[in-house]
Structures are given as structure tokens and as C-alpha cells.
Design a binder for this molecule. Sequence first.
Ligand SMILES: Nc1ncnc2c1ncn2[C@@H]1O[C@H](COP(=O)(O)OP(=O)(O)O)[C@@H](O)[C@H]1O
Ligand SMILES: [Mg+2]
Length: 306
Amino acid sequence: MYAIEVNNVTKKFVYEGKEFYALNNVSFNVKEGEIFGLLGPNGAGKSTLLNMMINMLHPDNGSIKVLGVNPNEDRNVLGKISFLSGESRFHWALKPIDIMNFYAKAYGLKKSERIKKINELVDLFEIKDIMNKKYDFLSTGERMRLAFAKCLINNPKLLLLDEPTLGLDPDISTKVRKEIKRMNKELKKTILLTSHYMHEVELLSNRIAFMNKGRILDVGKVKDVLSKHFSTYNLIVILKEIKNKSYLNNLGFKIKGKKITKEIFSGEDIDEILSSLTSKYKIVDLKLDRPTLEDYFVQKSRGGKD
Ligand SMILES: Nc1ncnc2c1ncn2[C@@H]1O[C@H](COP(=O)(O)OP(=O)(O)O)[C@@H](O)[C@H]1O
Ligand SMILES: [Mg+2]
């Protein structure tokens, strides 16, 4: 069974009296146990899709199944999902202990279960020291850890994380990514994550779907999506000294000072190239400049503009 099945989903909105497609025939599946990254520029349709998964919006056409059911037909499924948006906030005067208790009650946990569950999550996210502080006084990182803890109260099978690191400092983003990995690996949660930070998606996701203007342009492993669009990468080598330039030129290197660069085709034997270098030169430094999701994103987002 797939954790999420999106089939030919279409959604129109109206803007300034004109209809436009926020989602245009979107299809993809998320497998149980994976971290799936849904990415694309602002306005691509990512949040609209997530809102359909939690039954806040409904497709005009097509269908969505979450944990095997249509969330509009079987609302019990919503108890097995958690949704977290980087934009969500709690009331400034509430304390984490009140927030955790409120949601634990809302999910129907009995008093003894509540205490056990909350203690477990407090330990997991190391938020013991902040449980009695007002939300307003918490740091961004503490707020995020609280949001994750709250997210796990119902022991969800599936986590929907909408831009979880939006606007966070790099050090806090790193911590958030670590928590996301841990929830997936140790707690076996399936995770669907949206982001427009490509580096983040590249670090976290088993598979991705790239969206632009309501359409899916690619689905697959990052590695496969990249090799579909980029057939070459650069080998950059710094040599101790440059001699016999024609030998380097014959190997296909461009020379700039002591730095030599060669375009390598995927599948080309890099060992052979390096051997021809080490037999004659001393290598000081070396780098493979492979295309990243960032490069892909720029190429696709630009290509999508009309
Ligand atoms: N309720 C709505 N009414 C009208 N337009 C909307 C509504 N919600 C989203 N949109 C528009 O639909 C498009 C997709 O939005 P969204 O799903 O939020 O994109 P993303 O999350 O990828 O940034 C955007 O152009 C946005 O302005
Ligand atoms: Mg969004």
C-alpha cells in the first residue's frame, strides 16, 4: 500500500475574476517509510496539495488517498496523520505543557496515557526546561522542537511537513533536519515534506517530485532526476606545477594557472583520467563539481516561465 496516492488531481482558483489552475493533472505516490520531497518555487501548488491531504481543500477532479482512504470519506484517517507548517504558531500566552495537554486530550488520550506520552516526547525533543515558559518567550528553535513534539502526540503514521524550516537560521535548520531524519529512521514515520530550499530536500529525501505552476515536471530519486537533465559534470584539479601543456590539452583539460578543468560525461571512467594525471603530475587538490538540485531548480523554474 502507498502512504499517499495522488491521481490526476486538478484544482482551479479564481484570481482577479479569472480562473487559473493551482493544480493541473497532478499524479504521484509516496511509499510507506520514505521521506518524499515535494518541491517547487513559491506558488507551485505544494501547500494546496497538502491541504487536500488533510481534507481542508478538495480536488475539482481526480482523487487523493491517504493511508489507503479518501480523507473526505473516512475522516478517522486524519487521526493517523500530523500536519506541521513552518508558518504555524501557538497563542503567545500558552505554555508548552498546556499545548501538549490540550492536543493529547483532543486526541482522546486518558490521563495516564497523556502523562506517559508527553514525558516521552519531552525527553525525545529535550524540551523539559521550557514546559512552563510562555510560548512568546521561546526561541525559534524551541518553538520548532515543541511543534515537532506536538506533531507526534497522536503517534501518526504519516507526517506532512509544509516548509518546516521556513525562515529559520541555518544552525536551527540543521537541527530540524536531524529531527526529521530521526522521526523517519527511528520512529518509522513516512514523511512528505515541501520546501523551496533545494539543499534541504537533497539532504533529506529518498525521492522527490518537482512542481511548477501546478504541474509535476519530474518524479524520482534526486540522483536519477539530476542525471536525466545533466549529462556532464566538471573535474577540477589543482596541480603543483604546470608542465607539458599539450599533454593536458590532449586529455581534454582547460588550463588556468595551476587549475585544470575537464568536463566529464556521466559514466566516463574517472579513474583512467586521474591515472593519466598522477603518472606525470603532483595533484595538490581535486574537486568534482556535480550539478545539484539547486542547478536543476534554477533551470526548471526558468524554463517554466512563460
Ligand atoms: N484559497 C485560494 N484562493 C485563490 N488562490 C489561491 C488559494 N490558495 C492558493 N492560491 C494560489 O494557488 C497557487 C498555489 O498556491 P500554493 O499551493 O500555496 O503554492 P506553494 O505552496 O507551492 O507556494 C498560488 O498562485 C496561490 O496564490
Ligand atoms: Mg506553500
